[in-house]
Design a protein around this ligand. Structure first.
Ligand SMILES: C[S@@+](CC[C@H](N)C(=O)[O-])C[C@H]1O[C@@H](n2cnc3c(N)ncnc32)[C@H](O)[C@@H]1O
Length: 222
């Protein structure tokens, strides 16, 4: 799909997980592993990228607009579909759980994406949105990189927790759980950086678990 900077940087992006991002990724996975055990199947990741999280968590299917990112996800054994979150090529009610894992900040229309995700979830299905909070040290670094014209981060928008919660609720989800993780910053020691239940200011990686409301009526469309 046209003009996706992830196409140009897929291999470099993917190397981050083995190099400077190795410890941060381990902390992020620990936070996600806290919440995934009870989540209903089938599972789908939207914005699957190179499939690092999908492979580690056992998510078999992923969507992403970047063909180059998807090639690497396929090499990790993930089934892939090229599409955007705002227009998902799936029938109503196909999935038990949909994951957004550090993709929220790259969505051009997050509300539309959540409404689409809600559409493809079964009634009462689950959303796991793990995003980089703008109050955390990692987002602060990325905001500085964006100001300097970084090709990926200049396309990102970093939200704070209250904004994400508001959009999540307005899109028809009850927020049932939040886990905060990654309090250390880039280059800092992650030892003792344990995930915490609830929202804790200073966390870089925040996991919000939402349940699709069965009685939701989108008043703005009426
Ligand atoms: C920071 S990466 C995260 C990838 C993967 N979830 C991971 O954690 O490694 C963000 C991903 O979102 C994808 N993306 C960008 N815009 C999107 C959209 N509108 N819908 C779905 N995915 C999108 C990008 O192509 C990229 O693969």
């Amino acid at each position: 799909m046209a003009d996706n900077p992830f196409d140009l940087l897929a291999e470099k992006y993917d190397r981050w997980y083995d190099e400077e991002g190795r410890e941060a990724f381990a902390v992020e996975l620990a936070a996600l592993r806290r919440v995934v055990a009870e989540l209903p199947h089938p599972w789908l990741e939207v914005g699957v990228g190179t499939g690092r999280f999908a492979r580690a968590l056992g998510i078999p299917l992923g969507v992403d607009p970047s063909a180059e990112m998807l090639k690497l996800a396929q090499a990790r054994g993930i089934r892939t579909v090229q599409a955007v979150a705002e227009s998902l090529p799936f029938a109503n009610g196909e999935f038990g759980t949909v994951f957004l894992l550090t993709t929220w900040e790259f969505l051009s229309e997050p509300e539309r994406a959540l409404l689409e995700i809600r559409r493809i979830l079964k009634p009462g299905g689950m959303l796991v949105n793990a995003y980089l909070d703008r109050g955390g040290k990692w987002a602060k670094l990325y905001l500085r990189k964006a100001e300097a014209g970084h090709p990926l981060f200049s396309r990102a928008r970093f939200y704070d927790y209250n904004e994400v919660i508001r959009i999540t609720r307005e899109s028809g989800f009850d927020v049932v759980r939040t886990v905060s993780a990654l309090f250390s910053g880039p280059g800092e020691d992650t030892a003792g950086d344990e995930p915490k239940e609830g929202f804790h200011p200073g966390a870089s990686f925040v996991v919000i678990v939402g349940r699709s409301q069965t009685d939701y009526i989108r008043t703005a469309l009426i």
